[in-house]
Design a protein around this ligand. Structure first.
Ligand code: ATR
Length: 289
């Protein structure tokens, strides 16, 4: 692969090929986001949606190699299942135990995970200072794990709350092994509400206009509340948080910055953030019409 920065010339004479793989992938906004980025940056590349059933991963990976793909993103339910097929993992992917970004070089596959760092970057761009903050994560699934691992090396106090409290405790233990300061408990309101600085909602509750998990009565009004869901743009948890005075964000910027950080991994160049964000916003406005 040929890379020149500034007057970006990536890929030389060959059109580069990227994709998102998962089951399903029809709903993914990554193609629109990356294609807009390629256009703005002048990168001659395509980005496809490729449906791969988890039981057909071996054949799917062979096809990607045979068809000279340069890299791909990985979504549900393949983020963990892809690992045995990879030739190398970044330390981030290793710690999270899941991969959302792969690059292919000389027929070898290298896996990375930009989900957690994408979340951190999205908040830093809003001038959130993580140092010494109390962060409460609702949920302990894949998304929560990526975020918790990325927060382990920042100086935060992490409380992980999950319906299945054993999973919260296990994730907290993993964060502590990585040098973080975390504890886990059952998903419920509590005294943590008064002191939380950053509330992160990672469960799937709220996607289908369900009622919020619980009322945030008593929440620190200076807290920021983030819901990883971006469709609907305002979940019931976010409107409840806003009602209690919190600053609120949905998951759009996490989606954006996991994509932006994939560019660092694939090309080593800065992604055109504004055009990638615009593509996401445009696509979402069409989806919700
Ligand atoms: P993701 O990759 O999006 O994080 P996941 O790994 O399937 O998805 O995790 C889903 C999370 O949402 C889990 O924390 C799950 O809680 P359990 O571990 O107890 O299953 C949480 N979740 C899903 N439905 C929920 C509900 N109705 N109430 C509370 N938590 C729920």
């Amino acid at each position: 692969m040929m890379i020149e920065t500034d007057n970006v010339k990536i890929g030389g004479l060959n059109k580069l090929k990227y994709a998102i793989i998962g089951y399903p992938v029809a709903h993914s906004l990554s193609p629109e986001m990356h294609e807009a980025g390629f256009k703005t940056a002048g990168i001659d590349a395509t980005y496809e949606r490729i449906t791969i059933h988890p039981l057909e991963l071996t054949a799917g990976i062979s096809d990607l190699k045979a068809n000279h793909f340069n890299g791909f993103n990985v979504t549900y339910p393949l983020k963990e299942k892809i690992i045995p097929f990879l030739d190398g993992l970044t330390s981030e992917a290793q710690a999270i135990g899941a991969v959302n970004t792969v690059k292919i070089e000389n027929g070898l596959l290298y896996g990375h995970n930009t989900d957690g760092q994408g979340f951190v970057e999205a908040l830093r761009r809003q001038d959130f200072d993580f140092n010494s903050k109390k962060v409460v994560i609702l949920g302990a699934g894949g998304a929560a794990k990526a975020i918790a691992v990325s927060l382990a090396c920042l100086n935060v106090y992490l409380l992980i709350l999950n319906r299945t409290s054993e999973k919260a405790a296990a994730l907290a233990e993993q964060v502590n092994l990585l040098g973080g300061k975390a504890s886990g408990d059952i998903l419920a309101p509590g005294t943590w509400l008064e002191s939380v600085d950053l509330l992160v909602q990672t469960t799937s509750v709220g996607m289908k206009s369900e009622p919020y998990l619980f009322d945030l009565q008593g929440i620190n009004p200076a807290a920021w509340a983030v819901d990883l869901i971006y469709n609907p743009a305002v979940t019931s948890l976010l409107s409840n948080a806003a009602l209690h005075g919190c600053r609120t964000f949905n998951g759009l910027d996490m989606l954006l910055f996991q994509g932006v950080l994939a560019w660092d991994f694939w090309f080593g160049v800065k992604a055109p953030v504004d055009s990638m964000r615009k593509a996401l916003v445009d696509k979402l406005s069409v989806c919700s019409e």
